[in-house]
Design a protein around this ligand. Structure first.
Ligand SMILES: [Zn+2]
Length: 469
């Protein structure tokens, strides 16, 4: 049912007309523009205002129309940790936040290390997600990698971190830091053609940093959050240097997660200029929960890691010059009961924060502050994730033939983040009490309104498996 119509031609057979808003397209903004949708797809994008012939008219006057967000890094906690979150609650938070594709991570229980486990997870979630979804399996079983790849994941996820004292979130069996194992895994994934996402971590250095904090009794939120300032962030950058050196000869697409420091950005910048097939991701907590002054009152509910000012500056600059390709939420919900012990000993509380519902709004604050442009936000949240993970141009763009995945944003509206409005099962947000300007008013997924005015309007099961084009 993909139809293409030229500008100005009356289109009688469409179901939805979005008119009056400023519409982003890959070739520039149309102000105001019109998006016509037939079934699940966009049939026309133009500068007309006529909505006659549409069975449903959405008046987007005074608002902007951008592609649905694609988050390829979310911890849905499902299966195994569904007391924190599940695919339904995560996807409901996503829909309200403007996210139309959410992709989970393998540190669930059982971890998705085999084709059978990946298949079981996908089938189990088929009728429970509000938005389109997929899952990044673990490539730690070499003999399973090809079999998993045949089942339709968008990429693989590897942790280089093995948590020294907790079984979660960095579970035994998922973390690989031996470089020989790492190289073999990179080769196995490269042969599938799928991108390999890696959480970089120098395990030996990390354990030394952690142990020295324990021994000095540095257990509170501040020393914990600044622990990786030891050796100027080499915990991350030395691991990234290893990955880059291995990728030079292995050559498969490598997506480096968790950009944190100026050195990590610089290493990626250099690798890209050398022509390596490497992309990178920054996280919401690295941009918005990274300054101690901003987060000290939130303690375990913010942390995460604090970043030096020059590290934070490098992240913003890296987004602007496209060294950093994507924003992954690293949506990582934990319950209040799990977080609360962090006030006494941060090392005993799980790391991570819920993000899906609010990160678009936080990025829009960065636009207001002049740190990013709206086009930067669209590129890192939708266009580049779609391109890197094989969804483009079905998703990640607004053009004829693409899925009608749209977020209509009111840049002038304000909301206060309140605990009672949080949709994530964990029931809290690190941004509670903040008044945010720039609000996703309506989210459309494949032509259907899935969220409006902060409320979910679609049933679990509407979401489909998001597969590579
Ligand atoms: Zn993560």
């Amino acid at each position: 049912m993909i139809k293409s119509h030229s500008r100005g031609v009356h289109v009688p057979d469409h179901d939805v007309a979005v008119v009056g808003g400023d519409v982003w397209t890959p070739s520039g903004w149309i102000k105001p523009g019109r998006v016509l949708i037939s079934g699940e797809q966009i049939v026309s994008v133009d500068g007309e205002t006529d909505a006659s012939g549409a069975s449903e008219v959405i008046d987007a006057s005074g608002k902007v129309v951008i592609p649905g967000l694609i988050d390829t890094h979310s911890h849905h906690r499902d299966p195994g940790f569904t007391h924190k979150e599940d695919i339904t609650t995560a996807s409901q938070a996503a829909a309200v936040g403007g996210v139309t594709v959410t992709v989970g991570m393998p540190n669930v229980d059982p971890p998705t290390t085999t084709a059978d486990l990946y298949k079981t997870l996908i089938e189990d979630q088929a009728n429970r997600s509000v938005v389109d979804y997929n899952h990044n399996p673990s490539p730690t079983n070499l003999e399973e990698v090809e079999k998993i790849a045949a089942l339709g994941p968008l990429g693989f996820k590897l942790f280089m971190v093995i948590d020294a004292k907790r079984s979660y979130p960095h579970m035994p069996g998922l973390g690989i830091h031996d470089h020989g194992n790492l190289a073999q895994i990179m080769e196995a994934v490269a042969s599938t053609g799928l991108p390999l996402m890696v959480h970089p971590n120098d395990q030996g250095l990390f354990e030394h940093v952690e142990k020295s904090h324990f021994e000095m009794g540095l257990l509170g939120p501040e020393p914990y959050s600044k622990a990786e300032w030891m050796y100027d962030g080499a915990v991350w950058s030395s691991a990234i240097a290893t990955l880059i050196e291995l990728q030079r000869s292995i050559e498969g697409p490598l997506h480096v997660l968790h950009m944190m420091t100026d050195r990590t950005v610089e290493l990626i910048r250099r690798a890209k200029s050398d022509g390596q097939n490497i992309t990178s991701e920054v996280n919401a907590f690295g941009l918005f929960l990274a300054d101690w002054e901003e987060v000290k009152d939130r303690g375990p509910y913010a942390l995460g890691r604090c970043l030096k000012p020059e590290w934070r500056d490098a992240l913003w600059a890296g987004i602007r010059d496209q060294t950093i390709d994507t924003l992954g939420t690293d949506h990582a919900p934990h319950t209040i009961e799990e977080k609360e012990p962090g006030w006494e000993n941060m090392w005993s509380a799980p790391t991570g924060t819920p993000q899906l519902q609010h990160y678009l709004m936080k990025l829009l604050q960065a636009v207001t502050r002049g740190q990013l442009t709206l086009d930067d936000v669209i590129r890192i949240t939708s266009v580049r994730p779609a391109q890197i993970f094989g969804l483009y141009p079905k998703k990640g763009t607004i053009e004829p033939g693409s899925d009608a995945d749209l977020v209509i944003v009111d840049l002038d509206a304000e909301i206060e983040v309140r605990r009672e409005d949080v949709l994530s099962k964990c029931g809290w947000s690190p941004y509670e009490g903040e008044v945010l300007k720039g609000v996703p008013w309506m989210t459309l997924l494949r032509g259907k309104v899935v969220a409006k005015d902060g409320h979910v309007t679609a049933e679990p099961g509407y979401g489909q498996l998001a597969t590579r084009v």
